[in-house]
Structures are given as structure tokens and as C-alpha cells.
Design a binder for this molecule. Structure first.
Ligand SMILES: C[S@@+](CC[C@H](N)C(=O)[O-])C[C@H]1O[C@@H](n2cnc3c(N)ncnc32)[C@H](O)[C@@H]1O
Length: 196
């Protein structure tokens, strides 16, 4: 708790109006890798409380679109289309996909993290499974050349998951932004150049 209060990213998020310190992870990756450009269609998986969606809607501008989902409710963000539900639930995912109205997506980003049970092997397996579902979603909806940013925890299943991503994207890079340093085994994998 004290760590959270003294965290410079938490302080900055408060001052700059972001809902979570996670905003700085996405901004750092985006500043380096130029993921989000005006006019893009972006999907935000595991979006609540909404800081990634805040960053994305600012950066896609008036001609872009952001579609977001989460298990938890999310306070509305102007021009972000949000749906609450479980990403494991196929019927829910189909209803979410209907929001896209057949558009292809330029960027799928997933910051989904399962609730931690405290049993490391089971937490790791659930996290990899959610990353696989996100990869599946990205494979189905990204335009050729599209990009996919996903949070993954290093541990069992990580190397296999990275290989799966290499089958879908021309390049896969590991990103560990400042705001996630020293905290956990989380890293972000960035797939670029979705194969046709
Ligand atoms: C680290 S938070 C995301 C923070 C967000 N990127 C932001 O900037 O505000 C992870 C989110 O994943 C969501 N999540 C976990 N399991 C999920 C599932 N099965 N379906 C949908 N969302 C899920 C959690 O509810 C949580 O809000």
C-alpha cells in the first residue's frame, strides 16, 4: 500500500487524469514502437479501469475508433465503445465482435490479467490461456500487417506462446516498460506485421 502511494507513476496518473498507472506502460511502448496512429481501429481487451483506452482514444483522434471489454464495469470514456463480460465466454465475445460491424482492426492490445489465486502454477496457466484467447481474437480480426500487444508472465508456457505468436506475426519483440520494472514477471510481447 505504501509502495503504491509513493509510486511516482501513481502520482503522475492522478495529476494527469489517467485512471491507472498502467497508462505509462502503454505510452512508453507506443512512443517507441509507434503503435497507435490517427484514424486507427483499436481493440482493448481487459480494459478496466480504462487508462489504456484513454491513451488510445486520444491518439487515434476523431477519425479513429476504440472498442473495449472487461469482466468489470468501466466508467464511460467519450467515444470508447465498451462491453462488460467474460473473455472466456464465446457467446459474449461474439456479441462484442458484432460491435465491429465487420471492420478489420489495426491494433489489438490485451492487458488482461486473471485474478491472482496465489497458486503460482495455476495463475501462470490461466494467464497464458487468456493470452492465447487474445492471440486467437487478434488472428481473426487484425488486418494484414496489423499489430498485437499482449501482457504475458514469464514462466511456464511463455516460450511456447511466443512461438505461437511467431506463426502469426512477421516479428515478435519483448517490451518491459519502466512502469512495470522491478514489480513482477510481467512483460509485453509485441507482434508486428500480421501475416495474411
Ligand atoms: C491490469 S488490469 C487492466 C488495466 C487497464 N489496461 C488500464 O489501463 O486501465 C487487467 C484487467 O483484466 C480484466 N480481466 C481479467 N480476466 C478477464 C476476463 N476473463 N475477461 C475480461 N476481462 C478480464 C480484469 O477485470 C482487469 O480489469
Amino acid at each position: 500500500m505504501t509502495e503504491h502511494v509513493n509510486d511516482p507513476f501513481v502520482q503522475r496518473a492522478k495529476t494527469e487524469g489517467y485512471r491507472a498507472r498502467a497508462a505509462y506502460k502503454l505510452m512508453e511502448i507506443d512512443d517507441k514502437d509507434k503503435l497507435i496512429r490517427p484514424g486507427m481501429v483499436v481493440v482493448d481487451l481487459g480494459a478496466a479501469p480504462g487508462s489504456w483506452s484513454q491513451v488510445a482514444i486520444n491518439r487515434v483522434g476523431d477519425n479513429g475508433r476504440v472498442f473495449a471489454l472487461d469482466l468489470l464495469p468501466m466508467e464511460p470514456i467519450h467515444r470508447v465503445q465498451f462491453m462488460q463480460g467474460d473473455f472466456h465466454d464465446e457467446e459474449f465475445v461474439q456479441r462484442f465482435e458484432a460491435l465491429l460491424e465487420g471492420r478489420t482492426v489495426d491494433l489489438v492490445m490485451s492487458d488482461i490479467a486473471p485474478n491472482i489465486s496465489g497458486i503460482p502454477t495455476s495463475d501462470q496457466a490461466r494467464s497464458i490461456y487468456l493470452a492465447e484467447l487474445a492471440l486467437d481474437f487478434a488472428s481473426q480480426h487484425l488486418a494484414p500487417g496489423g499489430r498485437f500487444l499482449v501482457k504475458v508472465f514469464q514462466g511456464q508456457g511463455f516460450d511456447e506462446f511466443r512461438k505461437q505468436m511467431e506463426g502469426v506475426f512477421r516479428s515478435v519483440a519483448v517490451r518491459k516498460p519502466q512502469a512495470s520494472r522491478g514489480r513482477s514477471s510481467e512483460v509485453y510481447l509485441l507482434g508486428s506485421g500480421k501475416r495474411n
